[in-house]
Design a binder for this molecule. Structure first.
Ligand code: C2E
Ligand code: MG
Ligand code: MG
Ligand code: MG
Length: 279
């Protein structure tokens, strides 16, 4: 699986590889325009997250996932444009747009009879390292009126976690707002079990690379079970990403896993589609 193989990506764009490419110049020009034009080429999609620990396996909310439909270039994957946005310094305005949009949406769901629906928003390390990130999040919470316990911020382990003490402090300050923190893509990149112990996290999201082979590969099976046991012992929730089949779900049902996200339950969809299905 190409996406899984390329997962150990660096947080920052490799300038040498792309500086000469016309594609990169094109992307850059179009991205700058798109952020100037009120973000109208960007749309936040929502992928349902299912609570398999409850009877009937209800939807517990969604992860917000950005989509860029460029007028000139067509649909561009976030795995392609998020790293470039980080490199160009455009991730902060784009990230603020996503956070506000997702909190607004979730507040609406909560008001429409689903007070417990939660929204997960990805925060890039570049965003986290802004001096006023806590104030920015506080402002979005107060402007949108979302109950902070319904907002989960997903952070990815990366080289920037090298400065563990700084990251711990930032996450602790963010958590004082009452929001939850999830460790995204766990098991890939720079993961370390020490992060689980050291970081003030509420949820571990196991990367879908471990789910692809679950049932076929002993390591993946054992890894998922181990993380679930460990997390349960320290009162951290586990969300498994990338569940596509009933067979994969069945294997996970017996373990200490609460949350499932994957095509089996639903693909990322527009807010309108999400609301037609789950409100
Ligand atoms: P992620 O945060 O780990 O998001 C999960 C990705 O896995 C999404 O890809 C989702 O569509 C995909 N996925 C979920 N279930 C399945 C499944 O069953 N099978 C398969 N094959 N894929 C599944 P997407 O939307 O392309 O996003 C890719 C990555 O781009 C995200 O990974 C995240 O790192 C980044 N990203 C997306 N939206 C944002 C955003 O708003 N802000 C930031 N900073 N990063 C974002
Ligand atoms: Mg995520
Ligand atoms: Mg992930
Ligand atoms: Mg990710």
């Amino acid at each position: 699986d190409a996406k899984c193989a390329g997962k150990n990506r660096v947080a920052y764009y490799d300038e040498n590889v792309i500086s000469t490419s016309f594609k990169r110049l094109d992307l850059e020009k179009n991205m700058r325009n798109a952020t100037r034009n009120a973000f109208d080429e960007f749309e936040v999609y929502y992928q349902p997250i299912t609570d398999i620990s409850k009877p009937g396996m209800p939807c517990s909310g969604a992860e917000a996932l950005i989509r860029w439909n460029s007028r000139e270039l067509g649909v561009i994957s976030p795995t392609e444009f998020i790293p470039l946005a980080e490199y160009l310094g455009l991730i902060n305005p784009i990230g603020s747009f996503i956070l506000r949009e997702a909190c607004m949406r979730c507040k609406y769901w909560n008001d429409m009879g689903h007070p417990d629906y939660k929204v997960n928003v990805n925060l890039s390390v570049v965003q986290l390292l802004q001096n006023d990130i806590v104030e920015q999040i506080a402002e979005v919470i107060s402007e949108t009126g979302i109950d902070p316990k319904n907002l989960t911020l997903e952070v990815t382990e990366s080289l920037a976690i090298n400065d563990m003490n700084r990251m711990k402090k930032i996450l602790a300050d963010i958590k004082k707002l009452g929001v939850r923190v999830a460790l995204d893509d766990f098991g890939t990149g720079y993961s370390s079990l020490n992060h689980i112990r050291e970081m003030p996290i509420d949820v571990i999201k196991i990367d879908r690379c471990f789910i692809i082979d679950i049932g076929k590969d002993d390591f993946s099976n054992a890894f998922v079970k181990m993380v679930a046991e460990l997390a349960s012992a320290i009162d951290v929730n586990v969300c498994v990403e990338g569940v596509e089949t009933k067979e994969q779900l069945d294997i996970l049902m017996g373990s200490k896993i609460q949350l499932i996200q994957g095509f089996y339950f639903g693909r990322p969809m527009t807010a309108r589609e999400f609301e037609e299905k789950y409100l």
